[in-house]
Design a protein around this ligand. Structure first.
Ligand code: ASP
Ligand code: MG
Length: 403
């Protein structure tokens, strides 16, 4: 008998019909002789609605009460899913995060899981029940409900798979798995059979938002293998696991495009210690998350600094920096919004050389100008003109034989 954790996301349980479909799928898994623990999200859109309702009362709702409110979304789907299973003759029991023993730290709206006491779930399983656990929520040591950050049901599933020593963890969603590129942009994009945690993290944080990043980090830290697959069909998905020697043979695993960034340039600033520190400190204080940073070599005592930020934050970034320019001794700040970030990801880059050269040559062949470049051990990111982003993705995808 195997022990399986399945997680169904918001679109998979978006209405009663879907919940009935999900129940059938869970029944099939159990009928094969498995113990099954299921984690469900709120119905799609419900969490957003709850947040909007709270904000219609007060612009910045108390975070403890917000968590109390948001937890309702998942509490609805666990009960409905358990009922749907019972209607099929399958013994099932629903559990909130607290009832499932998910203990978190004291931080509200983005709590971290501290430990899981799985003893009650173990008893449910021993009795033969399917256990349906509310994703995204836990309880802190003060007995208050906490939530794990948006998309946090993924984390609930991975952490439970670890705590219960599950044989399998399936993340069931509305896509068939992780692709070599966004199929809407690159028609030849292929579904990957497997991918390493690190590649998954890079691709997820680069705009192919299949899963909550924190859940992948957790899986990587505790080596929890999992499969991302669709709940709408029976196609095999993508297995996410530790990097292996065979994975390194593939130089490039995927190509991602992020079209939600803008470029901020601060020019003519004093070339002296402390200038960059001041600029990024004020940006951090106004909660602007900075991505790529490039500074050129100072000349005649002045330097230029360029960085990218989420496009929605670019006006705030510009204002924030403009406010301190006089203080730091002069300079100008400007925003260019029509940019895109193209990223090429693969653990094989650790052991292969020449990847950057091929990417640059491919862009040159298409007459696409390179603006900023940044690299890590397994990734090359390039800022280019927004209008050229799709063409660039297709060209690079082809160059590396991805599909
Ligand atoms: N319902 C929560 C959200 O929308 C958690 C999740 O779906 O994973 O963020
Ligand atoms: Mg989700």
């Amino acid at each position: 008998m195997a022990r399986i954790v399945q997680k169904y996301g918001g679109t998979s349980v978006r209405d009663v019909d879907r919940i009935k479909e999900v129940a059938k799928r869970i029944k099939q898994t159990r009928d094969q002789g498995n113990q099954v623990v299921v984690v469900v999200s709120a119905r799609s859109g419900v969490t957003n609605q709850l947040i909007a309702t709270a904000k219609s009362i007060v612009a910045q709702p108390n975070e403890r009460e917000l968590d109390m409110l948001l937890a309702i979304g998942e509490q609805e789907t666990i009960a409905l899913t358990a009922m749907a299973l019972q209607a099929l003759g399958v013994p099932a029991v629903s559990r909130t995060g607290a009832q499932a023993g998910i203990m978190t730290d004291l931080v509200h709206t983005k709590a971290k899981i501290k430990n899981i006491d799985a003893s009650l779930i173990e008893k449910d399983l021993a009795r033969g029940d399917v256990v349906i656990v509310a994703g995204f929520q836990g309880m802190n040591e003060e007995g208050s409900t906490t939530t794990l950050g948006r998309g946090g049901s993924d984390l609930t599933a991975i952490a439970l798979a670890y705590a219960l020593k599950a044989d399998n963890c399936e993340i069931l969603t509305d896509v068939d798995g992780v692709y070599t590129a966004d199929p809407r942009v690159v028609p030849g994009a292929r579904k990957l059979a497997e991918i390493s945690y690190e590649e998954m993290l890079e691709l997820a944080s680069l705009g192919s938002k299949v899963m909550q990043s924190r859940s992948v980090e957790f899986a990587s830290k505790y080596n929890v293998n999992f499969e991302v697959r669709s709940s709408f069909n029976n196609n095999p998905g993508t297995i996410v696991k530790e990097e292996s020697a065979s994975m390194e043979k593939v130089v490039v695993r995927g190509v991602a495009v992020d079209k939600d960034q803008a470029k901020v340039t601060v020019s003519g600033i004093p070339d002296k210690p402390g200038t960059a520190a001041r600029i990024f400190k004020t940006l951090a204080a106004s909660h602007v998350v900075v991505d790529m940073i490039v500074q050129n070599i100072g000349r005649n005592g002045v330097a230029n600094l360029t960085f990218t930020v989420p496009r929605d934050d670019s006006a705030r970034a510009e204002k924030t920096v403009a406010a301190i320019l006089e203080d730091i001794g002069g300079g100008n700040v400007s925003v260019i919004a029509n940019i895109a970030k193209l990223s090429v990801v693969g653990v094989g880059m650790r052991t292969h050389s020449g990847v950057a050269a091929s990417v640059f040559q491919t862009l040159a062949d298409h007459n696409i100008n390179i603006d900023l470049i940044s690299t890590s051990e397994i990734k090359i990111s390039i800022v280019i003109e927004l209008d050229k982003a799709d063409e660039a993705a297709r060209a690079v995808h082809k160059e590396f034989g991805l599909g």
